[in-house]
Write a protein that binds this ligand. Structure first.
Ligand SMILES: Cc1cc2nc3c(=O)[nH]c(=O)nc-3n(C[C@H](O)[C@H](O)[C@H](O)COP(=O)(O)OP(=O)(O)OC[C@H]3O[C@@H](n4cnc5c(N)ncnc54)[C@H](O)[C@@H]3O)c2cc1C
Length: 557
């Protein structure tokens, strides 16, 4: 008798799992149940369909039921919602949404790939016309139709996370004035605030208004289908369209009702082979809790890459193979008006939350390729690593070009338990239009390794408030006059040798320049002269990010 594999949910995780299972077991009967009208569609393209970058809806359909049947002999039942799992009988109960008929199907192996649902808090007026979430093709079509029918001029986006940022860009591209409201004190809450400050600045330059530290409290209908949006602060906005992008929660209701183990974050608990607490049921994608490879804690990561890797592992396990899922490190990227922001591994926030305190960090602001080659642009990188071993813990990057390549490289380094010494040593392809002979990755490794070896110790800008150190700015006088850190003494690098007597030997010295390079030269020189010296990582550029993120409390403003 052939094995019966039933799969609930037919998009990123479910469709991949079905196709992999077929590649491993030609004899299995495989059926996908999908409550929506489409399987295997490109959720990640939806904001760009709203923005008319993707014009033809059919471009979002990666593979339809006919292709699954013809190419893989996989049955796909769209608009069929699984209502219940009867574990004792190994049966699911399904409702055909078109006919209303309810029927039962027996399984040998069951895969749950139901995804996540957008959070819609029970606020007054939340169901008014003109308030949307974005998860499916029909959702994006509704937003497009509303924009066209109502001639939308202004929109409010609740939530400045990845989807909120992508929607801001796409609505603005349609000539819509965008206001973003974010409960946290920074945009893009998954990254660290001083990196997020770069995005906030860029949004403002693009004419997007951002209200931080405020939330949506309720909605009221106004004439001509306009909506009054009331914020927690009492501020009111009148707008034509509201997009709720305040996060998702795992769709674990079926699993919960079936008595499967659910984690403290609300996701379905699985083992390394994606098996749930029932040995014949697997779960994958946005619905599951998985281990964070850095902190070791349980984590919910709603990203397409992990969903498709988990799909492969679950199919392998169902078909008798022993591959395992290594966990997640949250490698993600997003575009905001031409600026890419990417991350991998732990952030400083997540390290602090997990109580991992033996880390160090560095900042750098290199160009994505050789400075002299036309089109070179700055990028901003932050690297986190263990103090003693140099093991890489995480990285974040912001910039117009080349950020994806660097964060991907660091992602793989983390996967291989790489250290900053590996980055220092990395042999990377180079021609002037692609990188630098000393690539930003090598530079990051060198700065971190120099610090760990004690050659040029770095310190973070938050330590500026600690007492007793001399603050030395080694930029040129003209740069200093243009803007500097309060209470800093300016001795340009080129005059440091002549003015050594101006620096006290008994006090520690914290040195900075524009982005860190001249301060490095200064610190090597001063160290050899017997001074106690630390380099304020990333220079004045990083200082401005800290200041813009509101991270200085007392002394420095
Ligand atoms: C607008 C948007 C943009 C995104 N952009 C990116 C990006 O750029 N990069 C990235 O990595 N990730 C992105 N994501 C996230 C990514 O799409 C998800 O992580 C991924 O789709 C998760 O796959 P999944 O199979 O778990 O869930 P989904 O792909 O959501 O599929 C779950 C399916 O299960 C169906 N279902 C649920 N319950 C039942 C039931 N009881 N019966 C039958 N069917 C059911 C649902 O209808 C749904 O179609 C984006 C998501 C959205 C919404």
């Amino acid at each position: 008798m052939s094995k019966r594999i039933l799969i609930i949910g037919g998009v990123a995780g479910g469709a991949s799992c079905a196709a992999r299972a077929r590649r491993l077991d030609e004899g299995a009967e495989i059926i996908i149940f999908e409550r929506g009208p489409h399987v295997s569609f490109a959720n990640c393209g939806l904001p760009y369909y709203v923005g008319d970058v993707i014009r033809d809806e059919s471009q979002l359909l990666v593979a339809g039921p006919e292709l699954f049947a013809a190419r893989f002999n996989i049955a796909v039942r769209v608009q069929n919602e699984v209502m219940k799992i009867d574990r004792a009988a190994s049966v699911i109960e399904v409702k055909d949404l078109a006919s209303g008929k309810v029927y039962r199907e027996k399984y040998d192996s069951l895969v749950l790939a139901p995804g996540a649902v957008p959070i819609r808090p029970p606020l007054p007026g939340i169901d008014l016309p003109g308030i949307f979430s974005l998860r499916t093709i029909p959702d994006s079509r509704k937003i497009r139709d509303w924009i066209e029918q109502q001639r939308v001029r202004a929109a409010i986006i609740a939530g400045a996370g990845f989807i909120g940022l992508e929607m801001a860009e796409n609505l603005a591209a349609r000539g819509i004035k965008v206001t973003m409201v974010e409960m946290a004190n920074q945009v893009l809450p998954p990254i660290d605030p001083e990196m997020a400050a770069l995005i906030a600045e860029h949004l403002a330059a693009q004419g997007v208004t951002v209200s931080l530290g405020d939330g949506v409290a309720g909605f009221e209908q106004r004439a001509q289908n306009r909506i009054a949006v009331r914020l927690n602060s009492g501020v009111k906005h009148e707008t034509d369209l509201v997009v709720l992008a305040i996060g998702v929660r795992p769709e674990s209701s079926l699993a919960r009702a079936a008595g499967l183990e659910i984690g403290e974050r609300g996701g379905i608990r699985v083992d390394a082979q994606m098996r749930t607490s029932d040995a014949r049921i697997w779960a994958i994608g946005d619905a599951v809790e998985v281990r964070d490879v850095i902190t070791g804690g349980w984590s919910l990561v709603a990203l397409a890459g992990p969903a498709s890797r988990q799909a492969r592992v679950a199919a392998d396990a169902i078909c008798g193979r022993t591959s395992t899922f290594r966990g997640v490190q949250g490698t993600a990227i997003c575009s905001s008006f031409g600026l890419a922001v990417a991350m991998t591994g732990a952030t400083e926030k997540s390290l602090n939350r997990a109580g991992i305190m033996d880390y160090e960090k560095i900042y750098l602001h290199p160009r994505q390729h050789a400075n002299y080659f036309p089109g070179s642009k700055p990028m901003h990188l932050k690297l986190l690593f263990r103090k003693i071993t140099g093991e890489i813990l995480g990285a974040q990057g912001v910039g117009e070009e080349g950020v994806d390549k660097r964060i991907d490289l660091i992602s793989l380094a983390i996967q291989k338990q790489g250290t900053v010494f590996d980055l220092e040593e990395a042999e990377l392809c180079y021609a002037p239009q692609f990188g630098s002979a000393k690539d930003p990755i090598n530079m990051a490794g060198m700065i971190a390794a120099n610090s760990l070896r004690g050659d040029a110790p770095v310190t973070g800008w938050e330590s500026l408030t600690s007492n007793g150190a001399v603050l030395l700015d080694v930029r040129e006088e003209s740069e200093f006059r243009h803007g500097h850190v309060p209470e800093a003494t300016n001795i340009p690098l080129s005059r440091l040798r002549q003015r050594l007597q101006d620096l006290p030997k008994r006090q520690p010295i914290k040195v900075y320049c524009g982005v860190g390079q001249r301060a490095y030269y200064a610190s090597r020189f001063l160290k050899q002269k017997g001074y106690r010296i630390e380099n304020l990582s990333g220079g004045y550029q990083t200082y401005l990010q800290f200041r813009d993120a509101g991270l200085f409390r007392s002394k420095v403003q």
